[in-house]
Design a protein around this ligand. Structure first.
Ligand SMILES: [Zn+2]
Length: 192
């Protein structure tokens, strides 16, 4: 399958550099508080990243404030609702590749996602949750949270995503569930 590539601002092969660095320097020190030269080069991609790109649906949602939760580095927006509770965690800035995120943004991308999943879990009580990072459709770093229910027709498989433009039956959270979810988010925010 060949996919249309959007022009990328990245100029250096950061991805391979970063992977090399990880292998040589050891993971734990990097994750605690370590900063290295590779981090600063990653940060610069973030620093240079635009806040808005025309035609990007996540940039548009952020600009139009269609946000469920936000922090310094990430925003959470509603997904397409082909699965109940489908949420999308996206970076606040328009960066195209997860490997280009500076450490703080990556931490937030991962850790805040887990907190959102916990909040969803409390309210919807799914059997499990799927996290999906595709990077071949909307070129703005994001991943999808899918609470999975045994009653899903595609349970036990990756969530079936209706192609763009195809009509499907939405499975929206009820107002009550949404209110309970927002309440959980508030509780979790206090511990953030
Ligand atoms: Zn964008």
């Amino acid at each position: 399958m060949s996919l249309k590539k959007k022009p990328v601002v990245r100029k250096t092969p950061i991805k391979s550099k970063a992977l090399k660095k990880k292998g040589s320097s050891g993971r734990s020190s990097d994750l605690s508080s370590g900063r290295s030269s590779s981090h600063s080069s990653k940060r610069s991609v973030w620093d240079k990243a635009p806040d808005f790109v025309e035609g990007c649906k996540f940039c548009r949602k952020i600009r139009e404030n269609e946000i469920v939760y936000e922090s310094e580095h990430i925003v959470v927006v509603m997904g397409r609702q082909h699965h109940k509770g489908h949420l999308v965690v996206a970076t606040r800035k328009h960066v195209e590749n997860m490997f280009d995120l500076p450490e703080k943004a990556l931490d937030s991308f991962v850790n805040d996602t887990i907190k959102i999943i916990r909040a969803l879990d409390k309210v919807l009580k799914p059997a499990t949750t799927n996290l999906e990072y595709l990077d071949n459709w909307d070129f703005h770093v994001h991943w999808n949270i899918y609470p999975r229910f045994k009653s899903d027709p595609d349970y036990g498989n990756p969530p079936i995503i209706p192609p763009k433009g195809v009509k499907f039956k939405e499975k929206k959270m009820t107002k009550k569930e949404m209110a309970a979810f927002m309440k959980e988010i508030e509780k979790i925010k206090a511990m953030w």
